[in-house]
Design a protein. Structure first.
Length: 540
């Protein structure tokens, strides 16, 4: 006679059904991301990156800084998985890894919320909102943002492992938590917040004092010390690369004012995510003090909630505050687009944990949460399409904001079309130059480099026009490329353009020198490589 199923097995079956429904819903929302191509920074980070493509050996995939020695980004786990995904299936391979990591993170949010609240329905709602929130589109659908899905997933794994350790009455952090921290840190430097999140869990989630466990927190040093030493070796200085990156121009703000405004704007995106946009510019002038007020209110919320003994909401809001604070604490890492959806990946988990369990316990809470989740899923499914290819990305971003860098990309697309649309390319590039002339949050260095790229695009337009006349004279385009290189010698496309002009003018030795220099600056430059081969094959 068959024994009836136990309560534990029935609960496990019900739980597995909740998780299966979660996976299906989130996967369906982001399914179109798998067909997306390389977009925006992907072209430089992956397609043109000889280190990630393995051309310099397997060790270079791990040891080289992600964006080169001029930026403070060394992310070995991200670099390995970008290389692996690219080798397996190009952009589709990387998108598949990102979606799998995101689905794992959704399950982790479900398990963490269930452990804190003891309610599967609340856990399901929090995990589903986290999974389909429009702020996650950028991280899941953009190859270059794989690091955000990875570090966020391992940070959640560290919190879940710590929560289970404390639930058994054991002191923490356990070594499993430390191992998850190590993996998160290998994905992105922002994971430095994980020990703070673990400590905040002890204060808010577990209601304990981390002071009594202070010596246990020293276990994180087992990861931090080797990680710092490795960075010193990679970057070759005691600052471990953290002093590198663009010099920002905060405009009329103080550093603290800029950080508060950035955090406030990110909170705004988190609370109203129904207009996703990849390149949100922040005005140079401090025109929005309201955002600083928003940041201050949110920062005070966890303590106010703890005072009211609302520990789960306090823990969730605290996650938001800590993640955004670490992001804004590094001005060099902000760049000219500091309000990006991908920076909210883990913050969405905190917001979902803070809001959903409390709302579903109210009379109309379940209905309101369901409506928000459906609106988020619909918005995300539509927003994924913007990352399909470079042309779609440019068109979508320009529909939201007239931006210099996007106009430059529009001009490049028109120039690289077959046949080139030179009129459209020149219109877009001239508009980009007008916009770039204004002051930029990214600083003077970034502005000048963008203007050099724009000037190079215009010089290429002149070259193509000259090549179309019956008796071309390439001296004028050559002079334009040479002028660009006198001001900005590191612009590889300008070296390629000058080499093309010199080859037409008969100076093959000088043309070859410029092509070699272009490959030194950009080893993945296909045009330089192709032209160098053609030049060598020409009869002497």
């Amino acid at each position: 006679m068959r024994r009836p199923p136990s309560r534990r097995s029935i609960a496990a079956l019900a739980r597995s059904r909740w998780i299966l429904l979660l996976v299906v819903a989130v996967a369906a929302t982001f399914a179109r991301a798998l067909a997306g191509g390389y977009v925006y920074d992907d072209l430089q980070l992956v397609v043109a990156n000889a280190d990630l493509r393995g051309e310099h050996g397997a060790w270079a995939v791990v040891a080289a800084p992600l964006w080169g020695p001029g930026f403070p980004h060394w992310r070995p786990l991200t670099q390995v998985l970008l290389s692996l995904g690219h080798g397996i299936g190009g952009a589709a391979g990387i998108h598949a890894l990102a979606l799998l990591a995101h689905l794992a993170a959704v399950w982790l949010v479900f398990a963490l919320t269930e452990g804190l609240t003891g309610r599967k329905g609340a856990a399901f709602g929090a995990a589903l909102l986290f999974g389909v929130h429009p702020a996650q589109v950028e991280s899941v659908a953009w190859c270059a943002a794989l690091n955000d899905v990875l570090w966020g997933s391992f940070a959640l794994a560290a919190l879940l492992r710590h929560a289970k350790t404390r639930a058994r009455g054991e002191p923490g952090p356990a070594w499993g938590t430390v191992a998850c921290f190590a993996l998160a840190l290998a994905a992105k430097e922002t994971a430095l917040v994980v020990p703070l999140l673990v400590g905040w869990f002890d204060v808010a989630g577990a209601g304990a004092s981390p002071r009594a466990l202070g010596w246990r927190y020293a276990r994180f040093l087992v990861v931090l010390v080797p990680w710092y030493v490795a960075r010193v070796l990679v970057f070759g200085d005691a600052f471990a690369g953290f002093d590198r990156g663009p010099t920002l121009d905060p405009g009329d703000r103080s550093a603290l004012g800029l950080a508060a405004e950035v955090c406030g704007r990110l909170v705004g995106v988190l609370a109203w995510p129904f207009a996703p946009h990849a390149l949100r510019p922040v005005p140079m002038a401090a025109t929005a003090p309201l955002f600083a007020v928003v940041a201050a209110v949110v920062a005070a919320a966890p303590l106010a909630l703890l005072w009211r003994r609302a520990r789960v909401p306090a823990f969730g809001v605290g996650v938001v505050v800590l993640v955004l604070s670490v992001h804004a604490a590094n001005p060099r890492g902000l760049g000219e687009y500091p309000v990006a959806d991908r920076y909210l990946y883990l913050a969405v988990a905190g917001a979902s944990l803070a809001a959903v369990p409390a709302l579903v316990a109210t009379r109309f809470g379940t209905v309101s949460v369901t409506a928000v989740i459906l609106a988020c899923a619909w918005t995300s499914a539509r927003a994924v399409q913007a990352w399909a290819d470079q042309a779609t990305f440019v068109r979508t971003q320009l529909a939201a904001h007239d931006d210099a860098r996007v106009r430059y990309m529009e001009g490049q697309l028109a120039l690289e079309a077959a046949p080139p649309d030179l009129d459209a390319a020149e219109r877009a590039l001239r508009r980009a130059d007008e916009l770039a002339a204004a002051r930029r949050l990214g600083g003077e260095e970034a502005r000048q480099r963008l203007q050099a790229d724009i000037a190079t695009g215009l010089a290429w337009c002149a070259f193509v026009r000259e090549a179309a006349v019956p008796v071309p004279d390439f001296r004028a385009p050559a002079a334009r490329f040479a002028a660009i290189l006198r001001a900005h010698e590191t612009v590889a496309p300008a070296h390629v353009g000058l080499a093309a002009c010199l080859a037409e003018l008969g100076d093959r030795a000088e043309a070859e020198r410029h092509l070699r220099r272009a490959l030194e600056l950009d080893p993945g430059n296909a045009a330089a490589r192709h032209n160098l081969v053609r030049l060598r094959r020409l009869p002497r």
